[in-house]
Design a protein around this ligand. Structure first.
Ligand SMILES: NC(=O)c1ccc[n+]([C@@H]2O[C@H](COP(=O)([O-])OP(=O)(O)OC[C@H]3O[C@@H](n4cnc5c(N)ncnc54)[C@H](OP(=O)(O)O)[C@@H]3O)[C@@H](O)[C@H]2O)c1
Length: 297
């Protein structure tokens, strides 16, 4: 393989691990990799290894054509702009248009499970981006419908463990969590492959858990009591606003639970293993490595 591989958002948590897997797991030569980021000064170590580091910001659409120049295959990592509905979609559309203009053959995109007709308030950005790929003149694309990271549990569990109560509107919905590092490996594999055509993978972990099941496992691993308190959606939003979150953002976070309750993130698939050839990390393994950090130790 001689194709040039470009990773956007290369300084983010996922982006850094994608580059790691390209270099270390898949043994891609650094000279074949372009790392795009808004903060090139943070990627000096990669530049020293021979990776081409270029500034790129999806908000500055005009700059993207030169930022993407020379790339054959491009990983579009979805951005974290959640402050205005639709803003991420505009950013992703600008990136796809620039990829078309720069002559990129294949785009890999980090989406979410079942983005269409979802009650999750961030879902339209993903559904819209998938649509933009379908409508594009790109030769091919790979959509990675990434399930939720184990690491997302750091957003709710430390405070829940401190109080002993985990407020949830997810009802009996299950989540097929997966390690962020596994998703990075999958993205690196899809990017570095010579697959053409148009393919969608739904990347889940090996098991799906209810909130109660997670609470029980976390309680055992941390040796701390943790009770799930089921609340209605409005109560969950109110609770988040009460601890200082702006109401629109609280509504976005709470809609994750609505989506879970509707059974939209429960499907365990074999796609991760099919794509990478290895099994996903199990929750128990991740938990034993992270239990101390979840309790703030
Ligand atoms: N599946 C899940 O559970 C889950 C959880 C959290 C987030 N996500 C999604 O997956 C993405 C990667 O996750 P992560 O853990 O790496 O999040 P993260 O560390 O917060 O990274 C945010 C990413 O967005 C990029 N970005 C932000 N604004 C941008 C812009 N204007 N132009 C280009 N890139 C921009 C950043 O790139 P630079 O800083 O390098 O420019 C970085 O790669 C997130 O952005 C989000 O869309 C998924």
């Amino acid at each position: 393989m001689t194709s040039t591989l470009l990773v956007t958002g290369a300084s983010g948590h996922l982006g850094q691990r994608v580059i790691h897997h390209l270099l270390e797991t898949l043994k891609v030569a650094p000279q074949r990799i372009i790392a795009n980021t808004r903060k090139p000064e943070t990627l000096k170590d990669l530049a020293a290894k021979g990776v081409t580091v270029r500034a790129a910001d999806f908000e500055d659409a005009a700059s993207l054509r030169s930022a993407f120049a020379g790339a054959d295959r491009l990983l579009l990592i979805s951005t974290d702009a959640l402050d205005r509905p639709g803003r991420r979609l505009e950013q992703h559309q600008a990136a796809i248009a620039a990829a078309e203009q720069a002559g990129v053959a294949h785009v890999v995109y980090t989406s979410m499970p079942l983005p269409e007709n979802s009650q999750l308030l961030i879902a339209p950005d993903h559904a819209g981006t998938e649509q933009a790929l379908t409508n594009s003149v790109l030769q091919g694309w790979t959509v990675l419908r990434n399930h939720w990271y184990f690491e997302n549990l750091f957003m709710s569990l430390p405070s829940a463990l401190a109080s002993g109560q985990w407020h949830s509107a997810a009802e009996q919905g299950r989540v097929a969590y997966i390690a962020r590092d596994d998703l990075a490996r999958a993205a690196a594999t899809a990017l570095a492959s010579d697959a053409t055509g148009k393919t969608t993978y739904t990347l889940s972990g090996a098991e799906a858990f209810t909130t109660e099941q997670i609470a029980q496992l976390v309680s055992q691993a941390t040796n701390k009591p943790l009770q799930v308190v089921h609340v209605p959606l409005a109560g969950l939003i109110q609770g988040m606003v009460g601890v200082g979150l702006p109401e629109p953002l609280a509504a976005v976070f709470a809609s994750f639970d609505t989506n879970t309750a509707a059974g939209r993130v429960a499907d365990v698939t074999g796609d991760f293993q099919e794509l990478t050839g290895v099994a996903p990390q199990r929750f128990a393994t991740w938990l034993s490595a992270n239990a101390a950090a979840l309790t703030g130790q």
